[in-house]
Design a protein around this ligand. Structure first.
Ligand code: SAM
Length: 399
């Protein structure tokens, strides 16, 4: 799709370019913050699946530069932009309005930079540098990423002598992880859920008690079991849909507040899904009282469906690879009590742009270039090959 047709369809896409964000996703984080006050008292943050970097830009502007993006500030900016784009500004006021949109600078006196800020951003793709932010190119599902992250958070970290828990923990972990969607819903949901669990694993290694975890989810079947597991670790768990996330998309965000690891809990990558059967056993061993019955969430190797079982049998084969007997998994949960529905919160003011709507563009509308073109898009090689072959239809036959 050409950029001008995207301009027509997507108000947030235009707004992102106008305001200098690398991606329209910035508005999702801003609208989540509007609702949940995510950045309150936060100085140490990990941004997972961060490329091209619009969430990191939000972190940089709020924590390092000290800008405030409360509801009012946001609405004010959006109102200006709406007037601009819909061309409803009275003609004599227009030049001034446009100037203020272009500049969009916050007066120095209103900035409140925070002290000792540490932001680490990770993605498979390279992230173009952002001032004050440590960027890592790594796969969040790979165990080698944990020591990398711990080292970035604490330069004194030594993987030989220290465990996999951050000695200088963080206040907030955010993850906007998404695979390249195939359009096959079940497959996309499955791959996305693997990113979510990898993000949760990392979050459990680095969060401090009281910390927050925010992550993208694709709402699939049995997603409520995931909410129940998160509820073991966090006092409050919400599922939120910002207005800038298209209603037609299965995308939503889990917002987990107040990390409260059960007593004695130590994060470990030995559990591929982070919160497997180890936890209920550990709670039982310690006679600890679990806040809710701890479910064991497992995914069927055959169907990919999430199932729950109160117990599971674990074996370790001669290669040390954990095997799980899945025979006793039913498609229905064994115990209805362990299902827990997270409150659903729609966020972003009702007056905010509707991400599914098209807005009329003024006649003199000029489409802007993206703020940060993709550094290494997966389709780059395909474009190069296509160009080398003379375009979409191949080289014209030589006469
Ligand atoms: N939050 C980003 C922003 O505001 O610019 C947008 C993130 S984009 C929707 C999803 C990102 O997930 C992509 O950049 C992709 O490279 C990344 N991703 C997918 N799988 C990953 C993995 N296994 N490890 C790290 N990043 C991954």
């Amino acid at each position: 799709m050409g950029k001008s047709s995207k301009d027509k369809r997507d108000a947030y896409y235009r707004l992102a370019k106008e305001q200098g964000w690398r991606a329209r996703s910035a508005f999702k984080l801003l609208q989540l913050d509007e609702e949940f006050n995510l950045f309150e008292d936060v100085t140490r943050v990990v941004d997972l699946c961060a490329a091209p970097g619009s969430w990191s830009q939000v972190l940089s502007r709020v924590l390092i530069k000290g800008e405030k993006f409360g509801r009012c500030a946001w609405q004010d900016r959006e109102a200006k932009f709406r007037q601009h784009m819909l061309n409803v500004v009275p003609s004599d006021a227009a030049p001034e309005q446009e100037k203020s949109i272009e500049k969009d600078e916050v007066p120095e006196a209103q900035l409140k930079p925070r002290k000792d800020v540490k932001i680490v951003s990770i993605d498979l793709q390279p992230i173009s540098p952002l001032p004050g932010i440590i960027t890592l190119r790594a796969d969040i599902t790979h165990p080698a990423t944990v020591p990398l992250l711990l080292k970035a958070l604490d330069p004194d970290y030594d993987p030989d002598t220290m465990n996999q828990q951050a000695s200088q923990p963080v206040d907030l972990v955010i993850s906007d992880g998404a695979p390249d969607v195939t359009g096959l819903h079940d497959l996309d949901i499955y791959v996305q859920s693997q990113l979510l669990f990898a993000a949760l694993n990392l979050a459990l290694c680095v969060l401090k008690p009281g910390g927050k975890f925010v992550a993208k989810i694709f709402r699939g079947r049995n997603v409520d079991l995931l909410y129940a597991q998160l509820k073991i670790f966090f006092e409050k768990v919400y599922v939120a849909k910002p207005r800038s996330s298209r209603a037609s998309s299965v995308e939503a965000f889990i917002v987990c507040i107040n990390f409260q690891p059960p007593e004695g809990f130590k994060a470990s990558l030995e559990e591929p899904l982070g919160v497997g059967s180890r936890l209920p056993k550990m709670l039982a061993d310690q006679n600890a009282v679990a806040p809710i019955t701890a479910p064991v969430l497992m995914q069927s190797h055959e169907t990919g469906a999430w199932n729950v079982t109160p117990e599971r049998t674990q074996m370790v084969d001669e290669h040390g690879i954990e095997e799980v007997e899945v025979d006793d998994l039913s498609t229905e949960p064994h115990d209805k009590d362990i299902r827990w529905i997270a409150p659903f919160v729609a966020c972003g003011d009702l007056s905010a742009f509707d991400s599914d709507a098209s807005y009329k563009l003024p006649d003199d509308h000029v489409s802007l270039d993206p703020v940060q073109p993709p550094t290494a898009p997966p389709y780059k090689r395909a474009i190069e090959l296509r160009r080398a072959n003379g375009g979409a239809y191949g080289k014209p036959p030589s006469k």
